[in-house]
Design a protein around this ligand. Structure first.
Ligand code: CO
Length: 134
């Protein structure tokens, strides 16, 4: 069901420092920062030959990554995103297998303008998993 690894998301407390690290120290191609008000984050994408790194920085008081960054003061891996061909078929298969989908269970539009879902970390080896329809 799952296809390529679309991205690994890393939450950061200092976006400028993270951009400098990936662009200048690691020599990667880094996008501009984009505010995602619907998701309460600012995103920067780091393009690698085989996948992307999504740098996440909190946006607003209700940011869903605020608590994570309070616990992980140096930042940390927040979620991983797998590609799926049909997000509704993926959701229905996961629900039939007893897996938990976060939120309403209806796909939302993600940072790339494509439908996404988040899966409960307790059902996936302690890892927050995002599915994105490609
Ligand atoms: Co993501």
């Amino acid at each position: 069901m799952i296809g390529k690894l679309n991205h690994v998301a890393i939450a950061v407390n200092d976006l400028d420092a993270a951009v400098t690290l990936y662009r200048d120290t690691l020599g990667a191609k880094v996008s501009d920062a984009v505010e995602q008000p619907d998701h309460g984050v600012v995103t920067v994408f780091v393009e690698l030959p085989n996948t992307k790194i999504e740098l996440l920085y909190p946006l607003g008081d209700q940011s869903p990554i605020k608590g994570f960054l309070q616990k992980n003061t140096s930042g940390g891996i927040h979620h991983i995103c797998y590609e799926v061909e049909d997000i509704y078929a993926a959701r229905d298969k996961l629900l039939a297998d007893g897996m938990r989908i976060l939120g309403s269970g209806e796909p939302r539009t993600g940072a790339h303008g494509k439908p996404i879902l988040f899966l409960h970390p307790k059902d996936f080896c302690g890892t927050l998993v995002e599915l994105e329809e490609i």
